[in-house]
Design a protein around this ligand. Structure first.
Ligand code: GAL
Length: 436
């Protein structure tokens, strides 16, 4: 698992340690997971970006379980897909000495906060709940920082999902494209029908979603990891990257012009209401379609993104707890226990569109979830950690790549070769392996 470079940690640490209100190195485990005394009033502030209909409904499963333990969930919700805004708010709150008690904090970024001693270690809860045995190894290793469990997992999203409008596909006799050549044929077939082949937003993270999908389709998880986990400059200078960028640019021809910046929920809506035929997005979009009363294989279908059928481009949702002065520890541990209960895993993920983090297959999953579970179960060589959703590398590197890709997509004056060189330069500057 990639970690941020020591220099970056030291820089951030120096900055954080200067703040009087923080308690750095407050990471030594406190007393073990004690149940909250019943009737004890208490609440937890939770920062997150689950603001759409299905996201709200899914998180209410956890909120309600927490309430049964007399713990109130106090919301700090920051709208903005993929947590682009929430990540920044979280950073400012921590720097101001006002870290929330709990945060949706996806991916390797745990390492950044945990290394600074800011996160509560959940080792006792993990041992008592037998987490290591129960969950997928990839998730277990993600939650671990230097031998300590520093977050509680909710579910696993599949980011390489292609959604399609069933009525449109039926009307034109289409089947879900398994390759990009098949995709191109559909685009041609829909020409002149008034239907937009591919729904898309110009938001940086949504363009980068296409980019990471194309990277996976191009040459599988090994090359993908060289790009986004190892940050290998030579991988960026490879002819395959040129091909990925050309493909990304050519996809513009399948989209309504100009491509506008729209929240993912709006883009999702344009696919199910028949304006567009297809939509590439994480399977939280499935949760949203369900919340709108639509059913898989009736109004919308799901398939792997072309060229990625064997693979799983994943993003896990997790909650991390800030240690502060340990006054919330018992409640935080209760929340961690709740997230891993089999019933909560099943109910939450069914609404959210994701799959449980548990190795045992949940019998209540729909077809898309079963496909996702099968692909993820095949193990590490079939899994690719999402760059956009912070599974692959640290926040700074991720933001730099995402911004570069958006610039390339929007400004047609920038050539593929220029972008390739700029991405390689980012990798050279920020990667841990400077000799590559
Ligand atoms: C992801 C997150 C999902 C979903 C999505 C859209 O980062 O893992 O739970 O909320 O963003 O905002």
């Amino acid at each position: 698992m990639a970690r941020i470079g020591p220099a970056l940690v030291r820089g951030a640490a120096a900055c954080l340690l200067a703040l009087p209100l923080l308690a750095p190195q407050a990471r030594a485990a406190g007393p073990s997971a004690a149940p909250v005394p019943s009737g004890a009033p208490g609440s937890l502030q939770v920062l997150h970006w689950w603001t759409s209909d299905s996201e709200r409904q899914a998180i209410n499963v956890v909120v309600n379980q927490l309430a049964r333990q007399d713990i109130q969930w106090r919301d700090i919700s920051i709208p903005g897909g993929a947590g682009m805004g929430a990540g920044k708010v979280l950073k400012s709150m921590v720097l101001a000495g006002r870290a929330p008690e709990v945060t949706q904090l996806n991916g390797v970024i745990f390492g950044e906060w945990a290394d600074l001693g800011l996160l509560l270690e959940l080792d006792n809860v993990a041992v008592q709940g037998n987490w290591e045995k129960q969950m997928f190894p990839a998730v277990w290793s993600l939650l671990n920082n230097r031998g300590h469990v520093v977050a509680a997992p909710l579910g696993i999203h599949r980011v390489n999902t292609l959604f399609y409008n069933v009525a449109i596909f039926k009307r034109y006799g289409l089947t879900p494209p398994r390759t990009w050549e098949e995709f191109d044929k559909i685009v041609q077939l829909l020409r002149g029908t008034g239907i937009v082949p591919l729904a898309q937003s110009a938001e940086a993270w949504q363009i980068a979603t296409l980019f990471e999908n194309l990277a996976l389709a191009e040459s599988g998880p090994a090359y993908y990891r060289r790009l986004f986990v190892d940050m290998s400059p030579s991988a960026y200078l490879d002819a395959r990257m040129l091909h990925i960028l050309k493909r990304l640019r050519s996809l513009a021809g399948a989209m309504a012009q100009p491509v506008r910046e729209r929240p993912w929920t709006e883009v999702a809506r344009s696919m199910v209401n028949g304006e567009a035929a297809m939509f590439i997005m994480g399977d939280w979009a499935k949760g949203e379609f369900n919340a709108w009363g639509l059913t898989v294989d009736q109004q919308f279908g799901c398939a792997p993104v072309p060229g990625t059928g064997d693979y799983h481009l994943y993003s896990t949702d997790t909650l991390a707890m800030f240690a502060d002065n340990y006054s919330h520890q018992a409640m935080q541990e209760t929340l961690a226990q709740i997230t891993m209960s089999a019933a909560v895993q099943s109910d939450y993920n069914k609404i959210k569109g994701s799959i449980p983090v548990l190795r045992a297959q949940d019998p209540h999953m729909d077809r898309c979830a079963r496909d996702s579970w099968r692909a993820f179960s095949k193990g590490a060589s079939y899994q690719a950690p999402s760059l956009v959703h912070r599974m692959a590398t640290d926040e700074t590197t991720k933001d730099a790549i995402v911004a570069e890709v958006q610039r390339f997509f929007i400004d047609r004056q920038i050539t593929e070769e220029q972008t390739q060189k700029r991405l390689a330069a980012i990798a050279r500057t920020l990667s841990r392996n400077r000799n590559d």
